[in-house]
Write a protein that binds this ligand. Structure first.
Ligand code: 13P
Length: 254
């Protein structure tokens, strides 16, 4: 069984003071979540102050990015060793905003994925097509191509450690969500590709999150889909009440 994972990607929001307040409200109001994992990915500046608040708590810490080297002359970058020191368990890799706005290509994303795994950090590897690509009937080809490029020659047991996030670019921050059926169809295609390359056991272990305008009013039906194992939440993760409602989802099939 795959443990559902609900992750908040705070992007470039939240000062340290705001981050601490949000986390305290989340911790005060989290119900029993033993059957699911809950992760927050704040900006780098908030990782250090949040780290002690989250230790021994049901909330886990993730970063939004990292550079694939332990240390070195890489101005402005943060290494996996630094993230581990702050008790980060997860790191988002290959988010579409990093691909589009910061020019990250498949090669760099593959290096980041490998480096995270080698350090015992779980990459949350994002893939997703643009509106134009979907309209051209290329959504699946693009998504599976991004996946192949990032995973490269990793062994099945390494792939099983990775969390994938299907985030259609046109659904991010737009209020447009992929329909539960469209999302499920893509998740199933991703899982089938994993099965072909790495075998049934690995394919059944990998968690595939959906991301793109996940909200309290669509989480229940999204989580009711067979191959959707969680959510990567942007805007709705910045408010305690909406993120708590998402974390406390009750999956339903319609
Ligand atoms: P929104 O939930 O704001 O659409 O953002 C999704 C996202 O990019 C999460 O990584």
């Amino acid at each position: 069984m795959r443990t559902p994972l609900l992750a908040g990607n705070w992007k470039m929001y939240m000062t340290v003071a705001e981050a601490v307040e949000l986390v305290q409200t989340l911790l005060d109001n989290l119900e029993m979540v033993g059957d699911r994992e809950v992760v927050v990915c704040p900006p780098f500046t908030a990782l250090h102050p949040l780290s002690p608040l989250l230790s021994e708590s049901p909330l886990q810490l993730g970063a939004q990015n990292m550079y694939p080297a332990d240390s070195g002359a890489f101005t402005g970058e943060i290494s996996p060793v630094m993230l581990l020191e702050l008790n980060c368990r997860y790191v988002i890799v290959g988010h579409s905003e990093r691909r589009q706005l910061f020019g990250e290509d498949d090669t760099l994303i593959a290096r980041k994925t490998r480096s995270a795994l080698e350090h015992g950090l779980t990459p949350i590897l994002c893939v997703g097509e643009t509106q134009t690509e979907r309209a051209a009937g290329q959504a699946e080809m693009i998504v599976l191509g991004q996946l192949r490029a990032a995973l490269g020659d990793l062994a099945g047991e390494q792939v099983a450690e990775i969390v994938l996030a299907y985030e259609p670019v046109w659904a991010i921050g737009t209020g447009l969500t992929a329909s539960p059926l469209d999302a499920q169809t893509m998740h199933a295609a991703i899982r089938e590709a994993l099965r072909v390359h790495y075998g049934t056991d690995t394919a059944n272990e990998v968690r595939i999150l959906y991301g793109g305008s996940v909200k309290p009013d669509n989480i229940d039906v999204l989580m009711g889909q067979a191959d959707i194992d969680g959510a990567l939440v942007g805007g709705a993760a910045l408010k305690a009440d909406s993120f708590l409602r998402i974390v406390h989802y009750h999956s339903t099939s319609s």
